[in-house]
Design a protein around this ligand. Structure first.
Ligand code: IMP
Length: 436
């Protein structure tokens, strides 16, 4: 009865959508446990490109039940748009299930996200502007609206009123904006109730029953380790827990039921938004990775900041997530680089660090220390086994594995779903033997 978790090991956009989709054939349920429509997955199926922001990538695999877990914040407008977009392209979305306990991103959360960022000025986080932070603030502050509230009009009105009493004071007095109307907001939210009703269930019961029956549940964490509000580069993080533990909380599947934790790692590093980034390249190599890797944010269209692979980050990600396997993506992007640098230590004001420093101040001061590996020039996009890779590429992968302290079980060599080298079976359990 394997329950498997997928987590981004860096700052997001590692290609989790592709990994999820790759496993999709053997998986019965794909759960999104955290985040909202701040995510961005690009999945290419037979040359056709799908961009998803809110829905789990499993929605593209026939036979898979996609589930939005209790830990997600759901923007109902974005949900409707995404369902309509997929339906128009012939994808059946009728099996989608949403937790009654998931929180709603209300229109005022989006407004607050934008005004708060403006208010922060130089200290802005560079959020996606989707209202994610304010929605999670309300959840933790016990002022949130949950999906189930849309099925009780009088409770919904009370909750909207409770939330807006505080928000309107902020909007008008601090941010100099117009007041948000309570009735209008309530009506707007209620207008989604009929559309939602058939999709909303007790997803914890749904998923645990599925595990009891021996079905495979994949939890696909949104964002990534270094955007985790606890373990990431705070405050330049998102407002949820994308690390492995957050998948349990965000789906109601207990940790004892999780059999595998798969970290997704890009063969180099990217970041969207503000915050420290020791291996960032502001030269022609940064442009190279950006151009060849197509590094533009799916969600906001912002170019991603690019840099070399950072082995300290990955070792830390292995530690805080307890990864059992790594999936290395976009190895093909490094083709043609004569000497490929890997960051193996930080120089922090003259002191050498081989592990992530304890404080954010040290991380801000970290200067990367590189070792280099010989590169390769052969086109690797057609390789389907490790043996087919040029020796230099094999050595690069082997070195990353050593430095991470975790095995690399799949290697992405191109954007298409098929362009992957499977090294070890990613699904544990009797019917999915692991060839270590
Ligand atoms: P928020 O999640 O919109 O509040 O944004 C907080 C930070 O997380 C910003 O730096 C965003 O660019 C970043 N972020 C949020 N979601 C993603 C993602 O899916 N990929 C990469 N970065 C993300």
């Amino acid at each position: 009865m394997p329950a498997v978790v997928i987590v981004g090991a860096q700052w997001g956009d590692e290609g989790k959508g592709k990994a999820t989709d790759l496993l999709g054939e053997s998986v019965d349920y794909v759960v999104k446990p955290n985040g909202g429509n701040n995510a961005g997955h690009t999945v290419v199926i037979q040359g056709e490109k799908f961009e998803l922001k809110l829905l789990p990538a499993g929605i593209l695999t026939p036979g898979v039940t996609p589930v939005i877990g209790n830990g997600v914040v759901v923007d109902l407008e974005a949900l409707t748009e995404e369902i309509e977009m997929l339906t128009a392209r012939g994808v059946d979305t009728s099996s989608l299930r949403i937790s009654a306990n998931a929180h709603v991103v209300a229109p005022y959360h989006r407004t607050l996200d934008k005004v708060t960022e403006r208010f922060l000025g130089k200290r802005a986080i560079g959020t996606t502007g989707r209202g994610i932070g304010p929605a999670y603030m309300d959840k933790v502050g016990r002022l949130g609206i949950r999906i189930q509230d849309l099925f009780d009009a009088s409770i919904l009105r009370q909750k909207v009123e409770g939330a807006l009493r505080q928000k309107n004071a902020l909007l008008v007095k601090l941010y100099n904006r117009r007041e948000v109307d309570i009735d209008e907001t309530t009506e707007q939210l209620l207008s989604y109730a009929d559309m939602l009703r058939p999709m909303v269930v007790d997803t914890t019961a749904l998923l645990n029953d599925a595990l009891d029956r021996g079905e495979v549940v994949l939890m696909e964490g949104g964002q990534a380790t270094f955007l985790d509000v606890d373990h990431g580069t705070y405050p330049f993080v998102t407002s949820s827990n994308p690390t492995a533990g957050g998948s349990c909380t965000g789906s109601g599947i207990g940790p004892t039921r999780v059999d595998g934790v798969i970290g997704i790692v890009k063969a180099y590093t990217t970041r969207v938004g503000a915050g420290p980034f020791p291996t960032e390249l502001e030269d022609e190599w940064g442009e190279f990775l950006q151009r060849v890797g197509g590094e533009v944010g799916v969600n906001t269209g912002r170019p991603r900041r690019c840099g070399w692979y950072d082995a300290l980050m990955i070792r830390y990600a292995v530690r805080v997530n307890g990864f059992t396997d790594l999936v290395l993506t976009k190895l093909d992007v490094l083709t043609g680089i004569e000497e490929v640098p890997i960051c193996v230590a930080y120089d922090v004001d003259g002191t050498l660090h081989h592990e992530m420093p304890m404080t954010q101040t040290e991380f801000h001061h970290a200067e990367p220390v590189y070792e280099t590996m010989p590169g390769w020039t052969e086109d690797i996009s057609g390789c389907r086994t490790v043996e087919e890779l040029p020796e230099a590429a094999r050595n690069y992968v082997k070195r990353l594995e050593e430095l991470a302290g975790c095995r690399i079980s799949a290697i992405g060599v191109g954007p298409d779903r098929e362009a992957t080298i499977a090294v070890h079976d990613l699904l544990p359990g009797p019917q999915h033997s692991t060839s270590a």
